[in-house]
Design a protein around this ligand. Structure first.
Ligand SMILES: [Mn+2]
Length: 421
C-alpha cells in the first residue's frame, strides 16, 4: 500500500497581520497533485490543521472543496483520509464527513468518547478499511486517550487476518520531537511518549509539528538497505512555513508498505515555496544602524522577486519608533510583492545581562501586537511572578479555551437557528 502523507495545511492563514496566502496554497496543491499523478498512491492522508482557524471563511471552504474534488478526479482510485487538528473545529469538520464519504474521502473530526468502553461500535468511526490496508484515524484530542488508540489497534488486529498494512494518523506532539519553529509554544505543547501508542501499527502519520522528521523508537526503526522495520512514526511537516522561524525545508512523505509487520520504505518530496523567506542582511550578521538598513533595503527590493523578509539588527542599535512604517512605505513605493515581518531579530548580548542584576524582560511593541496567546505574555514575564506554576496555568488556560470554542459553536448554531426561524 502506498500512502502519501501531508499535514498542517493551515488554509486561510493570514500571516504577519496582512498577507493572504491563497496563492501559496494553490502552488502547494499543484505540486501535491503532481506527486499523486506520478507515484499513484492508494491513499492520501492529511494529518490535521486543515484550516488555520476554527471558523474558516466561505472562500476558504470553497478552496478546500474545489481542491479535494479535483484531487478525487485526477486519481479516483485513491482514498483520502482527513483528520481534525487543534486549529480545526472538530464538530464543523465532522459535520461534513457523511457527504464526503460518498466520494471515498473520510473526514474524522470528533475524537473517541471518554467512556468509549461503554459505547458499542464506537470503533467504526475511526477505522477506514481500504482494499489494501487499514487506516486508524485519530483526530486531535485535548486529553490523553492512548487507551482508546490501543483499543482501536486491537480491534483492527482481530479483523486483519490477511496481514494487511495498518496505518495510524494523528495530530499531536510526541516526546523528543524537534520543535524548531514552535519555540514560543513549547510550554503549551503537551507531549506523549511514542511507546504509549503500542506497536500494532506499521506507520504513524503525524501532524502538529511543522518540521519533517522520523521519531526514534526504542526497539525498532532498524534500517536494512533503505527499508525500515515498523512501527515507524513520522511528521511529514507542514505545507508552508507557518511561522518565520521555520527556515527548514518542508516536505510531503510517500510511504510504501509491503504487508503488516514487514518492511516499509519512505521517500520525501521537497515542497517548493512560492515565496522564499529571507532574514536580512544576507552578507553580514546584522545591521548596526537605520541608515545601513535603508541603503541595503533599497538595493534588495530593486532586485527581489516575491518573497518574505525579516530584519536582523544589532541589539545596541537605536531605531526610531516609526521604523517599521518606513519599511512598509519603502516596499509599497516599489510596487513589489515583498511581505514584511515587523518582528525584528535582535542579535548580540542583552544589555544589563549581568548576574548580580535581576533582569527585567522587555517586550517590544511589535511583539505584543503579534501575540495572540495570553500565555505567551505570562511566560515572558513569569520571572516577575515567582509563585506562578506554569503547568497548572497552561492546563487552566487550555480548559478555558476549549470552553470558549464550545460556547462560540453553540452561539453560532443558535444564530443560524434564529435566522432560519
Ligand atoms: Mn497543530
Amino acid at each position: 500500500m502506498k500512502i502519501l502523507h501531508t499535514a498542517d495545511l493551515h488554509l486561510g492563514q493570514i500571516i504577519y497581520q496582512h498577507y493572504d496566502r491563497t496563492d501559496e496554497h494553490i502552488h502547494f496543491f499543484r505540486q501535491l497533485e503532481g506527486w499523486i499523478v506520478e507515484y499513484e498512491p492508494d491513499v492520501l492522508v492529511v494529518a490535521g490543521d486543515i484550516f488555520d482557524v476554527p471558523q474558516p471563511s466561505a472562500s476558504c471552504w470553497k478552496m478546500f472543496t474545489e481542491t479535494f474534488v479535483r484531487i478525487r478526479k485526477i486519481r479516483p482510485e485513491m482514498a483520502i483520509v482527513i483528520i481534525a487538528g487543534n486549529h480545526d473545529s472538530a464538530s464543523r469538520l465532522q459535520s461534513h464527513s457523511e457527504i464526503w464519504a460518498l466520494a471515498d474521502t473520510y473526514i474524522v473530526g470528533t475524537p473517541p468518547p471518554l467512556n468509549f468502553k461503554d459505547v458499542t461500535g464506537w470503533e467504526e468511526r475511526f477505522i477506514v478499511r481500504l482494499p489494501k490496508g487499514y487506516i486508524i484515524a485519530i483526530p486531535y484530542m485535548s486529553s490523553d486517550k492512548t487507551d482508546a488508540i490501543i483499543a482501536l489497534q486491537e480491534y483492527v488486529a482481530r479483523e486483519n487476518q490477511e496481514c494487511l498494512p495498518v496505518v495510524m494518523t494523528g495530530h499531536l506532539a510526541v516526546t523528543g520531537s524537534d520543535f524548531t519553529g514552535h519555540d514560543s509554544e513549547i510550554g503549551m505543547l503537551r507531549t506523549v511518549d511514542i511507546e504509549r501508542f503500542g506497536s500494532g501499527y506499521d506507520y504513524f502519520a503525524l501532524g502538529h509539528i511543522h518540521r519533517p522528521q522520523t521519531i526514534k523508537h526504542q526497539h525498532s526503526d532498524l534500517e536494512e538497505d533503505g527499508w525500515l522495520l515498523p512501527p515507524v512514526t513520522r511528521y511529514s511537516g507542514s505545507a508552508l512555513h507557518v511561522s518565520c522561524d521555520e527556515t527548514f525545508p518542508h516536505t510531503v512523505t510517500l510511504v510504501d508498505i509491503d504487508r503488516h509487520r514487514s518492511h516499509l520504505k519512505i521517500r520525501e518530496f521537497r515542497i517548493q515555496q512560492l515565496r522564499h523567506f529571507y532574514n536580512l542582511p544576507l552578507n553580514i550578521e546584522a545591521f548596526s544602524n537605520e541608515k545601513e538598513v535603508f541603503k541595503y533595503m533599497g538595493k534588495f527590493i530593486e532586485e527581489a522577486e516575491s518573497c518574505y523578509i525579516r530584519i536582523k539588527m544589532e541589539r545596541r542599535a537605536d531605531l526610531p519608533s516609526d521604523f517599521n512604517n518606513k519599511i512598509y512605505d519603502l516596499i509599497e513605493k516599489s510596487g513589489k510583492d515583498i511581505r514584511y515581518n515587523p518582528k525584528i531579530i535582535w542579535i548580540g548580548p542583552e544589555e544589563g545581562d549581568r548576574e548580580d542584576e535581576p533582569m527585567e524582560t522587555e517586550i517590544a511593541v511589535e511583539d505584543l501586537q503579534q501575540m495572540t496567546d495570553p500565555l505567551e505574555f505570562i511566560r515572558l514575564t513569569s520571572d516577575r511572578y515567582t509563585s506562578l506554576n506554569m503547568d497548572t496555568l497552561t492546563s487552566a488556560f487550555k480548559e478555558i479555551e476549549e470552553e470558549l470554542i464550545l460556547m462560540q459553536e453553540e452561539e453560532d448554531s443558535k444564530i443560524s437557528r434564529t435566522r432560519k426561524a
